[in-house]
Design a protein around this ligand. Structure first.
Ligand SMILES: [Ca+2]
Ligand SMILES: [Ca+2]
Length: 312
């Protein structure tokens, strides 16, 4: 299955590096009854969480930035040091507070839920594979070679995944992720991008890794901005995508749901849906504004479609 370029999403971690160099901050990581809590500060924190295969423990590693780890300057510290490791972690709660924060969860299996908040600032959250990161640009003194060995790092979550990126122009990427419960993404105020198994440029030849959601996938693009959403090889029971007030661009391809609802709200929005199947109900709403629906190769059960001024 081929990946299709969707819009012109920002490359991970290339923006606003200035300021991160000196403002990496400290993150506190504490384990209580199986729940690992990771709390940042007002600085631009960059944190990766993954399994350390040499110990079998979950490692929390401070980075300069998840997308440009070769950037000179001090990395975020974890409990005052470079990293910390924890065993018997069931669930994860992350709050990185203000600043342009980056959070990566990769190569990990958690039996419970994962909750991530990144607060104000332009934040990046990556769950699963990180193939957009150029390995040649990575700082191997900061990232274990184990993490660089392959670009496929899948994540399995037994509970729900909840991501709230707060105010700012935020980006969320998920790929190679299996969630038994529900997957909630709230972009908050600003111009937000949410990509589920959609990448840009150099990785077009990679196979799709998919995002599999056991229950509900709900993406709220946010408000007072425009939203870019891309779904590729996503499966779920129910999927609901809600647009922002600006010009939203939603692309859904090669995906399967029982029920799909897309509501684009105000603004001149575009919905491009292809090679996608629904088995129960389908609600597609363009809302106010001059909206375009492009549909091809789909099998959409019980289709209710309205508010699109242009259909192709
Ligand atoms: Ca922060
Ligand atoms: Ca934010």
């Amino acid at each position: 299955m081929e990946r299709k370029r969707i819009g012109s999403p920002r490359k991970l971690g290339v923006e606003s590096l200035e300021g991160r160099w000196l403002m990496a901050g400290n993150v506190t990581a504490t384990l209580t009854n199986g729940r690992l809590s990771i709390v940042g500060d007002a600085a631009a924190n960059a944190v990766a969480v993954f399994e350390d295969h040499s110990t079998g423990m979950l490692e929390v590693l401070g980075l300069t930035d998840i997308g440009s780890m070769a950037t000179p300057g001090s990395a975020t510290t974890i409990n005052g040091g470079a990293s910390a490791e924890f065993s018997s972690v069931n669930s994860l709660k992350v709050d990185l507070k203000g600043g342009d924060d980056s959070f990566l969860l990769t190569d990990a299996t958690l039996s419970g839920s994962v909750r991530i908040e990144t607060g104000q600032g332009n934040d990046n959250v990556v769950i699963g594979a990180m193939p957009d990161v150029n390995p040649a640009a990575l700082d191997t003194t900061r990232i274990p070679s184990d993490l660089l060995a392959t670009t496929f790092h899948q994540v399995s979550i037994g509970g729900n995944l909840y991501i709230d990126t707060g105010a700012g122009d935020d980006q969320v990427v998920e790929a190679g992720v299996t969630i038994t419960g529900s997957d909630y993404v709230d972009g908050g105020k600003g111009n937000n991008s949410v990509f589920l198994d959609v990448f840009t440029d150099t990785v077009d030849s990679l196979p799709a890794l998919g995002v599999n959601v056991g229950k509900t996938l709900a993406i709220y693009g946010g408000y007072r901005g425009s939203e870019t959403v891309g779904l590729n090889t996503v499966t779920g029971n129910r999927a609901y995508i809600t647009g922002s007030s600006g010009a939203d661009q939603v692309t859904i391809q090669n995906s399967n749901f029982d029920t799909l609802g897309v509501s684009l709200g105000r603004g001149d929005d575009t919905l491009d849906i292809s090679d996608t199947t629904t088995t129960k109900d389908t609600y597609l709403s363009g809302g106010k504004g001059d909206d375009t629906l492009a549909s091809t190769g789909n099998t959409l059960a019980n289709l209710h479609q309205h508010g699109f001024e242009t259909t192709t």
